[in-house]
Design a protein around this ligand. Sequence first.
Ligand code: NAD
Length: 496
Amino acid sequence: MTLPADIADRLSRLALPGLAIIDGRHEEAASGATFHNVSPRDGLVLNQVTACQGEDVARAVASARAAFEDGRWRDQGPRAKKKVLFRLAELMERDAEELALLESLDVGKPISDARNVDVPLAIGTCRWYAEALDKVYGEVGASPVDRLSYAVHEPLGVIGAIVPWNFPLHMAMWKVAPALAMGNSVVLKPAEQSPLTALKLGELALEAGLPPGVLNVTPGLGGVAGEALALSNDVDMIAFTGSGPVGRKLMEYSARSNLKRVSLELGGKSPQIVFADCPDLDAAAQAAAWGVFYNQGEVCTAASRLLVEASIKDAFLEKVVAVAKSMVVGDPLDASTQFGAMVSERQMNTALDYIATADSQGARRVLGGARVRQESGGFYVEPTIFDGLEADHTLAREEVFGPVLGVMSFKSEDEAMRLANDTVYGLAAGLWTSDINRALRGAKRLKAGLVWVNGWDACDITMPFGGFKQSGFGRDRSLHALHKYADLKSVSVTLR
Ligand code: NAD
């Protein structure tokens, strides 16, 4: 594939990180094990990355524990902590172009998204928690006159952060920044599909002045490195973003080990509801298409079910199809590409299987459905839309985590709410209407951790992020995330 000259030049000078970061040093696995890190852009191996085994994870956990217990980070004052986290944000800004390139190569997302969305949001998250860390207050209880009772937030200790591949740096920062801000030590386990920016983050944190051992990065396979971390008796909490089946395992691991806390950000089957009184059908069509196709559909909040009031369904669907058709599918490293490669051959085949199942169950394919750009060697599936989705179709029930939209119609508000809530998930939901009462009723009735009215994904770091039902529990973003990484201690002093 031919590349723009500036990208080709950067690529030729790009150093791909591959070694784990344990106790402030670059480390190989003790066994020397590595895994192939493949770029979905062309299916070629990018580099060999350390495949941490149980013994390597144990070293990282021991290093994090030692760092926590001797207070080299925990006991630094708020100003000192802020300084390091702000410095980290500055260094990420300095290396933003490199981070964006690593992210795009590793997961196949358009370089323009990595540059304009992933990397700036990760930097913004780091800054936000640096600013927030001295705004966490305790409480003074209503004590009798001869007693003073107060409650303080104390860091938990060693946090195991296990993160997915769809927004690798951004999701890592959602865990790492608040965990560090509260004074914890962290062992970060990136997804095996996307280790590069997490490794770079570990390097930058050391350069920023974070003491060795406070942030360790242990790449490796989920069932090996991830499992070892989650089964460790010396890890106080696992903060996880990923799939439901792995989320279930993490709760089992906790029960089998030290009853560590677990927070789970899992998947979704998010509905976007368009009523006939929608204030702006063109904006809603943009949101319907980009809500599901952004990042090749590999988004946990993807608006994968579109529910449209029957009277406008056909006309509205035409608009959505037009937006989807206009999306530029191409090489992720080309700045004009809006829709890149899926993260892996496996993820691509999963999406293609869901498309075949939807065909066989009688949904009507109105757009896409095929693998494209096969000559590149990469893993590309075009934006795909099915109309006539029925509530019992697999596509209406299971998360694809790929670029596949299912469309249903409804005749009443009650029916729309029933269809929207007819899922085991509860991550996000949206509705478009000009009726303020209907909007507020809907916001109450929708069983989801995030509800958007007349917009999609219209919120930011200031608002909590997480799911209801089988979309998990615990919240990322906002001040709530700081409390997640702390324990509450009550102290009562009897005055004599
Ligand atoms: P996954 O659950 O397979 O992997 C996520 C992480 O868990 C990876 O780091 C992986 O190595 C690790 N892992 C796998 N098996 C493990 C085990 N036995 N023990 C410990 N760790 C293990 O998910 P994925 O395929 O990488 O990501 C896609 C899923 O993540 C989708 O279902 C999606 O909805 C969900 N997701 C959710 C959010 C959210 O915020 N709610 C965000 C992104 C992705």
